[in-house]
Design a binder for this molecule. Structure first.
Ligand code: NAP
Length: 344
């Protein structure tokens, strides 16, 4: 069980771990807060990406020794491996901390074992974390954990649909199906994924910038890598810091492998209908976010392309995990549906 000071410290550790200045990518985001025996904060630290100090080392470097009897509050199990930095579990033991609170076990086979090592050194290790904080710790590194388990990036597909399931009008226009609140949410979503991917058809039709912008048009601090998949010509994407990555393939597994090799761990697939269907057919969509607008087009492009389904028995069922209304300042409300393809 955590006391009030420890709960506050864990909330803070989660907050600093999510520092938007830290690039997303192949390393987990981790925060650490050191408390003295009275629950006062001694130091904070967080990991700032590959090649930099781990969160525990960062916090220990900022704290004045001795730390005998201090508590370390960490968002991820301290590591036991020697990489570019030494094992964090050993550093905590050497510093003399008496208690370590860990919000999430490390799923990385080469880093795990920190809990056992700390306990073997006589340190009190606490794993009983309030459910909301444990969920926040899990959400922090969703893409990274997925990469360890599956060897490919996590894929969140997002599509804006009319009530009759259309993604674009007959002339190809689709801007904008949804209201301001839903559109701003997409920009926020882009800051939490490290890659935004569209098909070449969307790049040709919409000339999207795929940057993450605030309501006033300014760029968010964290920008996703932009990628376009297709073998034909498509125009350069406007705006953004760098060139979009061209994925010159029609094979979704190969596209994801290329992104994974570049250290990318969470892909936001923003369409269009052809690419959404290609990834769904290949069972490479882990989560689907639909922004459903209370509007009708009657004709036009269906939201999902050909899934190869010809009879109802073969339909692709999804589990609905959340429904949230998104109300814009003008009073218009769209619905956000979050779904997961059913695995059984
Ligand atoms: N409502 C929404 O959320 C939303 C989102 C995005 C787009 N849209 C709309 O969707 C329309 C564009 O639809 P779209 O289906 O053409 O776009 P798309 O899915 O973005 O792109 C299709 C293109 O992707 C490439 N591609 C990559 N892998 C493929 C594969 N395995 N099989 C087939 N093609 C593959 C092909 O380009 P190459 O021929 O170059 O190889 C193909 O022409 C536009 O009207 C746009 O406004 C709507």
């Amino acid at each position: 069980m955590l006391n009030d000071a420890e709960r506050r410290a864990l909330r803070r550790a989660l907050e600093i771990a999510a520092d938007p200045a830290v690039p997303l990518g192949p390393n987990p985001r981790v925060g650490c807060v050191l408390l003295d025996a009275h629950g006062r904060v001694l130091a904070e630290g967080h990991h700032r990406g590959a090649g930099t100090a781990h969160a525990e080392a960062d916090a220990l470097n900022r704290a004045a020794p001795p730390l005998i009897g201090a508590t370390a509050v960490v968002t991820l199990e301290p590591c036991t491996h020697v990489g570019r930095t030494g094992p964090c579990a050993d550093a905590l033991i050497a510093a003399g901390v008496g208690r370590v609170i860990i919000a999430r076990r490390d799923p990385n086979p080469i880093a795990t074992g920190g809990i056992e090592r700390l306990r073997a050194a006589g340190i009190d290790v606490e794993l009983d974390i309030p459910v909301d904080l444990a969920a926040a710790a899990a959400a922090l590194n969703r893409g990274w954990e997925h990469g360890l388990q599956h060897g490919r990036p996590l894929v969140t597909a997002k599509i804006a649909l009319t009530l009759d399931g259309r993604a674009a009008a007959a002339d190809g226009t689709s801007q904008w199906i949804t209201g301001q609140a839903a559109r701003e949410e997409v920009h926020q979503l882009r800051t939490t994924c490290d890659t935004v991917l569209v098909g070449a058809g969307t790049a040709r039709a919409d000339h999207p910038s795929l940057t993450a912008r605030r309501g006033d048009g300014t760029l968010h601090h964290r920008q996703p890598v932009r990628a376009v998949m297709g073998t034909g010509h498509f125009p350069p994407l406007p705006g953004g810091a760098g060139e979009a990555i061209p994925l010159r393939t029609h094979d979704p597994s190969a596209a994801l492998a290329e992104l994974f090799d570049r250290g990318l761990r969470h892909v936001l697939l923003e369409g269009g209908p052809t690419l959404a269907a290609v990834f769904l057919r290949a069972e490479l969509v882990d989560e689907l976010i639909v922004h459903l607008a209370p509007t009708l087009l009657g004709g036009g492009r269906g939201g999902i392309g050909d899934l190869g389904i010809t009879t109802i028995a073969d339909r692709l069922d999804l589990d609905l995990t959340d429904v949230t209304p998104l109300t814009s300042p003008d009073g218009r409300t769209d619905l956000r549906l979050t779904l997961r393809p059913r695995t059984t």
